[in-house]
Design a protein around this ligand. Structure first.
Ligand code: NAD
Length: 493
């Protein structure tokens, strides 16, 4: 069988002012595939000088209004072409994402490419349908409340959904008329670089959308600290997110928006309307994307009276999630993004064992493809809320199962965590569903499901899961300034 990846070539250079360029000092780093350890390409190891050049290009584009000066209907047409470019290159983008990041190619194609394209199209379509306001003032004046792009937006994203995380930010930022400088994760930079080329092909003018790969401390920090960046939109860990807010305050008080970690509780009451569906959602959602999802339901709370029955069903599903070659179309769980992340996951598994949790499944690395990074789907029972594996985000295929006695007990346990990204509650009792959903401190609560998702709804967290919301029309709030223009009316009548 021909290797579908053999025809792919990668260009690891930055895209600044519409041109492919090496890092100013010529430095590169190796981009290795987690699938089998192969060297994909050398990527530009950009630093402060490259960030300066990209910000200057973005600023020049903003000042001469080559993009923000276009009528919204024209920007819409270009954004829709940009989305169409992703679909036209879907197979190439999906294979690149899989090789670079390790996720199964079937999901890279059906989820990542499609969601990123849909997001870009949706914000493009929205931009000529959002109206400004006139305030209800006295008739002696007219107060116009208008939205203006903030200017140059810095975007820093993680590696778990490289195209989707980028699209959630660049799509509303670009649609609103801003210039963008995107720094992708050093662990998965390749599709972001292609996005910049596809944007140019669609007609986004040079300088408007720049992509500068590199390490966090070397390229990310100069972007967050830059005095000529008006807004920094970050998705990543809570540890780095806190630094982003510090850097924003330390520099020019740029607007800072952060989408951070999670340790989401999934709560199953004994009166759950469909236990099989709840089991499938609990297992499927924690193992999807190898558990490398910010909103993964990594704390499963099952009411004590049904816990044994629930776990018996859950264990029967585990074999479906054995890791396999992500390039095989049948694989549902792929490779962990790199060796560092795999070792982190394995360390958490050891801490679970050491702190007295009961290992029911998995618990070690696997090797379906030589040279790759793989971890078995892992389930711990007997977890208590004070254990490290219940408190900290693991970002791997590890499910911690806890139990509870009643609604008050589980709400208290679920909320006893620094994160507040998502939650779920399974019950047929409408009062319990509403009461518990309201009491949970989370940006999104699912009732009798876990995987509902749509670009029309905001995504983001309470507490240390971050500040601000991606997706939906609310995202425009992050990338626009509100301006009031008072017009005095000395009416002759
Ligand atoms: P990370 O914080 O290590 O890195 C994220 C990005 O920040 C990368 O591009 C990295 O290079 C950059 N970075 C690192 N140090 C920096 C610094 N000092 N200054 C500026 N930039 C810096 O996170 P990660 O390991 O790439 O991603 C995993 C995390 O992302 C998890 O915590 C996950 O929950 C979170 N995440 C959150 C959401 C959400 O929407 N809430 C979505 C996806 C991932």
């Amino acid at each position: 069988m021909t290797d579908p990846t053999s025809s792919l070539t990668f260009d690891g250079r930055a895209v600044i002012n519409g041109e492919r360029v090496a890092a100013r000092d010529g430095q590169t780093f190796d981009c290795l595939s987690p699938v089998d350890g192969r060297l994909l390409t050398q990527v530009a190891r950009c630093g402060e000088a490259d960030i300066d050049a990209a910000v200057a290009a973005g600023r020049a584009a903003f000042e001469d209004r080559r993009w923000c000066g276009m009528a919204p209907a024209q920007r819409k047409r270009v954004m829709i072409k940009f989305a169409e470019q992703l679909i036209a290159h879907a197979d190439e983008l999906a294979l690149t994402e899989t090789l670079d990041m390790g996720k199964p190619v079937k999901y890279a194609r059906s989820v990542d490419v499609n969601s990123a394209a849909n997001c870009i199209r949706w914000y493009g379509e929205a931009v000529d349908k959002v109206y400004d306001e006139i305030a209800p003032t006295a008739s002696t004046a007219l107060a116009l409340i208008t939205r203006e792009p903030v200017g140059v937006v810095g975007v820093i994203v993680p590696w778990n959904y490289p195209m989707i995380m980028a699209a959630w930010k660049i799509a509303p930022a670009l649609a609103a008329g801003n210039s963008v400088v995107l720094k992708p994760s050093e662990k998965s930079p390749l599709t972001a670089l292609r996005l910049a080329e596809l944007a140019l092909a669609a007609g986004i003018p040079p300088g408007v959308f720049n992509v500068v790969p590199g390490y966090g401390a070397e390229a990310g920090s100069p972007l967050a600290l830059h005095m000529d960046v008006d807004c920094i939109a970050f998705t990543g860990s809570t540890r780095v997110g806190k630094q982003i807010h510090v850097m924003a305050g330390q520099s020019n008080l740029k607007r800072a928006w952060t989408e951070l970690g999670g340790k989401s509780p999934n709560i199953v009451f004994a009166d759950c309307p469909d236990l099989d569906k709840a089991v499938e959602a609990a297992v499927g959602s924690i193992f999807f994307n190898q558990g490398e999802s910010c909103n993964a339901p990594s704390r499963l709370f099952v009411e004590a009276s049904i816990k044994d029955a629930f776990l018996e069903k859950a264990l029967k599903l585990v074999p479906q999630y054995q890791p396999g070659n992500p390039l095989d179309k049948g694989t549902v769980m792929g490779a962990i993004v790199d060796k560092v992340q795999m070792d982190t996951v394995l360390r958490y598994i050891e801490s679970g064992k050491a702190e007295g949790a009961k290992l029911l499944a998995g618990g070690e690395a696997a090797m379906p493809v030589a040279g790759g990074n793989y971890v078995l789907p892992t389930i711990f029972d007997g977890v208590t809320n004070t254990m490290t594996i219940a408190r900290e985000e693991i970002f791997g295929p590890v499910l911690s199962v806890l139990s509870f006695t009643d609604a008050a007990d589980v709400v208290q346990q679920a909320n006893s965590n620094i994160y507040g990204l998502q939650a779920a509650v399974w019950t047929r009792d409408i009062n319990k569903a509403h009461g518990v959903a309201r009491a949970l401190r989370a940006g999104t609560v699912h009732v009798n499901s876990y995987d509902e998702d749509d670009i029309t709804v905001p995504f983001g967290g309470f507490k240390q899961s971050g500040v601000g919301r991606d997706k939906s029309l609310h995202a425009f709030d992050k990338y626009t300034e509100t301006k009031t223009t008072w017009i005095r009316i000395d009416s002759p009548v």
